[in-house]
Write a protein that binds this ligand. Structure first.
Ligand code: PLP
Length: 392
């Protein structure tokens, strides 16, 4: 039998970040220890009260399908959080779907709103799922460059220049993966004005909202005047509560959009896992101290990375205000980003992601994730410094 895959599969690559991880795994299989500064996966254990809530739910037999929207208590807690933290007023009955992570939230948002030929404007470098999700829908990703010289802040004029009669959606993710840039209030207001002027949807990925440093504030674009009806906000538990393996998140939008998103959610997931939803509920109700501690530790690690980078000849970077990534330029090193990450894996036993995996504008950069322990980061960066000196 000659199997023919769907044509769209030719346009969608497997995750580049996973490719990096697999290269490291090959060395690890030979017993070589590799320091991972690659995956954006916080190393903290999930807080105990969250685990206890999920365990209790299992013990009590809370093991069946839930409402497609997710359990009511969780949706109510999400709407309370959105009002208090984000200034977004949401009806928990009709404007929230609990999803299998933010990944599902992004996918159903794109599949439910974009037609083949529609254009989606995305800041470049970008989290690769946005472009891949667009490909599934047959839409065209239109990148807008983020410039290191501008601290990776998006220039709203660059967005406006890319708008055509086919533009349907803008994607905003702040704090931003992979640059760590946080889009300020004025920038988001300018983006909101563009969305209103051209009648566009906005997909706002706020998964790193809690990870902001030096007093920088996170703003939600849906809270700006005229934006709630045209914004799909996605958020989740993976990063803020170190729950990457739990696979839980949510999507928030006006009722008419949610009705369309629900059609895709029903086909892909039916509902988020029942007992995991109880864990997520406990995360929202009981966790403020745990988050503060995690953020303090991330801030300490961020300083460590920047201190090391300051001493590395040939490396420049824009100081990140959020997330747990730094995205230095390696333009002056004499290797491209993929060559350099391969070299650093072989020579320093440190695994990093080449910037080009995040789009054209990521070329000649590397992404350093400081979501592993302080010790690991220190060892990893010392080894990188040494390896870089060797090629000079
Ligand atoms: N959005 C961004 C910007 C991310 O960086 C990630 C994961 O790294 C996700 C979404 C996926 O999140 P989740 O684990 O909730 O699916």
């Amino acid at each position: 039998m000659k199997i023919k895959y769907a044509d769209r599969m030719k346009r969608i690559a497997l995750s580049g970040i996973r490719k990096v991880f697999e290269k490291a795994e090959k060395l690890e299989a030979k017993g070589i220890k590799v320091i991972h500064l690659d995956l954006g996966r916080p190393d903290f254990d999930t807080p105990v009260h969250i685990k206890e809530a999920a365990k209790k739910a299992l013990d009590e037999g809370f093991v069946f399908y839930t409402s497609n929207y997710g359990i009511k208590e969780l949706r109510k807690a999400i709407s309370k959080k959105l009002l208090e933290d984000n200034g977004i007023e949401v009806d928990p009955e009709r404007e929230i779907i609990v999803t299998i992570g933010v990944s599902e939230a992004i996918f159903i948002s794109i599949m439910a709103t974009l037609n083949p030929g529609d254009e989606v404007i995305v800041p470049d470098p970008m989290y690769p799922c946005y472009a891949d999700g667009g490909e599934f829908a047959g839409a065209k990703t239109v990148p807008v460059p983020l410039r290191e010289g501008n601290n990776y802040r998006i220039d709203p004029n660059d967005i406006e220049k890319k708008i055509t009669s086919c533009t349907k959606m803008l994607i905003v993710d702040s704090p931003h993966n992979p640059t760590g840039c946080v889009f300020g209030k004025e920038t988001l207001e300018a983006i909101a004005n563009i969305a209103i002027k051209y009648d566009l949807l906005v997909l706002s990925d706020e998964i790193y909202e809690k990870m902001v440093y030096d007093g920088v504030k996170h703003y939600s674009i849906a809270s700006f005047p005229g934006m709630k009806e045209r914004t799909i906000t996605v958020n989740g538990f993976s990063k803020a509560y170190s729950m990457t393996g739990w696979r839980i998140g949510y999507v928030v939008a006006s009722e008419n959009l949610i009705t369309s998103l629900m059609k895709v959610h029903q086909q892909t997931a039916i509902c988020a896992p029942s007992f995991i939803q109880k864990g997520a509920l406990s995360a929202l109700i009981n966790s403020s101290n745990c988050i503060d501690e995690m953020i303090k530790e991330f801030a300490r690690r961020r300083k460590l990375v920047l201190d090391y980078l300051n001493e590395m000849e040939g490396i420049t970077y824009a100081k990140p205000d959020g997330a747990f990534y730094v995205f230095p330029s390696i333009r002056n090193i004499g290797m491209n980003d993929e060559e350099l990450t391969d070299y650093l894996l072989e020579e320093a036993r440190v695994s990093l992601v080449p910037g080009s995996y995040f789009g054209k504008c990521g070329r000649d950069h590397i992404r350093i994730a400081y979501s592993t322990s302080y010790d690991n980061i220190e060892k990893g960066l010392a080894r990188i410094s040494k390896a870089l000196k060797k090629i000079r």
